[in-house]
Write a new protein. Structure first.
Length: 327
């Protein structure tokens, strides 16, 4: 590697999320000085102090605004340790000649697993029935078994997938293995001829026909608030809604109202509009709503792939051949 790249100053702004201690930053030091901050507060003075002189900034969810980028004349590279990159002002980076890279597809298997973990909890209530046994309800039952919630079988049901990219396609594979019929909607209709019982449909038709609606599309202006009062009204009262994509795709007050009024059967949510929900969320406490703290991406295996992919992005940039460039 050429000498200039050995002198990179690399600042990792929120390293704890990617690496809480079970991974290593050691290989990054082959590319220069590495400063790891577990977290960075949002005040401007601290941001500029930490980023001063940096050639490369690495961020997971810490926002890099146009003002911050403009204040860093030595900045050459921003590595987003995630697939979504809306936390970076891409236009400002482009105008300043700063390369921005992301890491696609590292978490597919884990997100698919979480999607079905949420769905299986909604349909079988495994944890709540286990808690009931611990509380003695089974011991007091006059029957050899009991259940506190309706038990729902997936075979023969219809799953509607909004966003048939890499994750959506793998969700479709698992749904088919469960004996479900799959319908889908996506900005780009890729070839799905290898699938049995698959149909491309419009959003209204998907919502009307599905027993399970699962969201795997990016957050774009056209998907912001996509699941709103009007579209929730199209869903069956027995249907479940899953979101492991981006929180703002759902109008949370509208969903909470639909759940509390029994207009849909339940929701499994791994993402919220504001994370963490320091001022609460309309969905917290809503009827039949399971919320997990944005962990579908965070298995050790997925984070190890993300670490490897992020390092590969930096190495490629240092070699003058950037990969996974988003600007």
């Amino acid at each position: 590697m050429d000498d200039p790249y050995m002198k990179f100053k690399i600042v990792i702004l929120d390293g704890h999320t990617l690496n809480p201690g079970d991974l290593s930053w050691d290989q990054w030091r082959e590319y220069g000085e590495v400063i790891v901050y577990p977290r960075t507060p949002a005040d401007a003075a601290t941001i500029l102090e930490r980023c001063a002189g940096a050639d490369a900034l690495i961020t997971n969810k810490f926002p890099l605004t146009a003002a911050t980028i403009a204040a860093l004349p030595s900045l050459k590279y921003i590595g987003v340790t995630a697939t979504g990159y809306n936390i970076v002002d891409i236009a400002a980076a482009r105008n300043q000649g700063v390369v921005v890279s992301n890491v696609p597809s590292y978490g597919t298997a884990s997100v698919v697993q979480m999607t079905f973990a949420l769905l299986l909890e909604l349909t079988l209530r495994v944890q709540r029935h286990s808690d009931a046994v611990t509380d003695g309800k089974w011991s007091r039952s006059p029957d050899f078994c009991f259940w506190d919630y309706p038990l729902v079988e997936l075979a023969g049901k219809t799953m509607g997938i909004i966003g048939m990219g890499n994750i959506g396609g793998k969700v479709a594979d698992v749904a088919t293995a469960f004996g479900m019929t799959v319908i889908g909607n996506s900005r780009t209709r890729t070839d799905q001829s290898h699938r049995r019982d698959f149909t491309w449909v419009t959003i209204p038709e998907l919502l009307e026909r599905s027993d399970v609606v699962t969201i795997h599309c990016p957050l774009f202006p056209e998907t912001l608030g996509l699941i709103n009062k009007e579209n929730l009204a199209r869903m069956k009262p027995t249907a479940f809604l899953l979101n492991t994509s981006r929180g703002p795709i759902i109008a949370e007050e509208d969903l909470a109202e639909a759940l509390d009024e029994g207009r849909i059967a339940g929701a499994g949510i791994d993402v919220l509009s504001t994370e963490p929900p320091v001022d609460g969320s309309p969905l917290i406490g809503a009827k039949n709503c399971i919320i997990t703290p944005h962990i579908s991406w965070a298995t050790q295996e997925a984070r190890a792939r993300l670490m490897k992919g992020s390092l590969a992005n930096l190495a490629a940039f240092a070699a003058g051949n950037p990969i996974n460039k988003v600007n």
